[in-house]
Design a protein around this ligand. Structure first.
Ligand code: SF4
Length: 75
């Protein structure tokens, strides 16, 4: 039996400078907290990324000016 794990998006808040482009690109996944940091809408530290959003997530990862976003492939 195999267990498939979805891709995961990790936000490194220690690197983030709250510019917010990721929130604009990924409104389905992220919202801003009271200080402007991107917060997962689903409440987990690392977000599950389904196939439909993968291209947008990759764009957000590439455009993050602080390299604060990491997408870990699923298995
Ligand atoms: S794009 Fe990067 S630096 Fe900007 S808010 Fe998102 S994680 Fe932070």
């Amino acid at each position: 039996m195999t267990t498939e794990r979805p891709a995961r998006l990790h936000v490194d808040w220690t690197a983030c400078d709250r510019r917010g482009s990721c929130i604009e690109l990924l409104p389905e996944l992220l919202d801003a907290d009271d200080w402007g940091y991107p917060m997962p809408r689903e409440g987990h530290r690392d977000l599950s990324v389904d196939g439909e959003l993968t291209a947008d997530v990759l764009t957000a990862v590439k455009l993050c000016p602080r390299l604060a976003l990491t997408l870990t492939p699923g298995s």
